[in-house]
Write a protein that binds this ligand. Structure first.
Ligand SMILES: [Ca+2]
Length: 87
C-alpha cells in the first residue's frame, strides 16, 4: 500500500522512481491532511521535511528516503497508542 502511494505520486512529474518536492507536497496534502500546518509556515515546514528526508541531497526523495518518513510516522502513532493504553 505504501509502495502504491509512492508510485502514484512519484509518477506525476519527472522520474517515476523518486518524488520531487512538489510531488511530496501533494502526497502529504492528499494522504496526510493536517501533517503540514496550513498558513505561512507551510513552505518552511515542507522545506524542512523535504531536506530531512533527502539524505543524499539530490533534490528528490527516493523510495528508501520516503520510508524514513513512513517509519517516523508509524513510530509516532505507536507511541501515541501506547500512551493512550497506559493511561
Ligand atoms: Ca534523495
Amino acid at each position: 500500500m505504501i509502495i502504491q502511494v509512492f508510485v502514484r505520486y512519484a509518477g506525476t512529474h519527472s522520474s517515476r522512481r523518486s518524488l520531487s518536492k512538489e510531488e511530496l507536497r501533494v502526497l502529504l496534502e492528499k494522504e496526510l491532511p493536517g501533517f503540514l500546518e496550513s498558513g505561512e509556515d507551510q513552505d518552511d515546514a515542507m522545506e524542512k521535511v523535504f531536506r530531512s528526508l533527502d539524505s543524499n541531497e539530490d533534490a528528490t526523495v527516493s523510495f528508501p528516503e520516503f520510508l524514513l518518513l513512513v517509519t517516523e510516522l508509524l513510530a509516532a502513532c505507536h507511541k501515541h497508542f501506547q500512551e493512550e493504553g497506559a493511561s
